[in-house]
Design a protein around this ligand. Sequence first.
Ligand code: E4P
Length: 220
Amino acid sequence: MELYLDTSDVAAVKRLARIFPLAGVTTNPSIVASGKTTIDRLLPELHSALGGQGRLFAQVMATTAEGMVEDARKLRSIVPDLVVKVPVTAEGLAAIKLLKAEGIPTLGTAVYGAAQGLLAALAGAEYVAPYVNRVDAQGGDGIQTVAELQQLLTLHAPGAKVLAASFKTPRQALDCLLAGCESITLPLDVAQQFISSPAVDAAVAKFEQDWQTAFGQTSL
Ligand code: E4P
């Protein structure tokens, strides 16, 4: 499977790349806009925070297919192996087809339904990103959407992968993986929750305390 961080926080990527088996970093326009720098500066910084390895994802801003293709070329001129995120609108689907013909890898984003995601994959997207928490927030079932999309891709577009996105809890991410999706992208707070909990900290502290009591030190 592939694990990504959904962030523009370069320092956090550097820190967590040491700990997590990271496949790369995803961004979206809101994430980039929340940072303090331009996309031209940010993307190379994220790339080097990953040690020059791993995949970066950044999104087009144009709303026409031709404009999206131009944006995709611009993004790829900043980081050559970047995966271009394209919203799965009617124009977005046309752009995904054009970019596929150019050999530029895409991720179909802003996916709220399994059929919408399947269309992106059939158009040639390498990844499809269903928005789990946003579907839940609309009164839908984000995990069910991921499970259906995964099944559709397995049956009809086996070359494409679900990259599940928009998480507010580790449980949502686990449920997507259990539904068979191959890749997820986590915001920093959810990634952090995977490795820190008061119960774990308390267990480690108790080991130290018992060792200290018995041997007068906390080292071996
Ligand atoms: C992924 O493609 C999206 O940009 C992102 O995961 C959305 O997350 P949010 O719903 O927490 O904003």
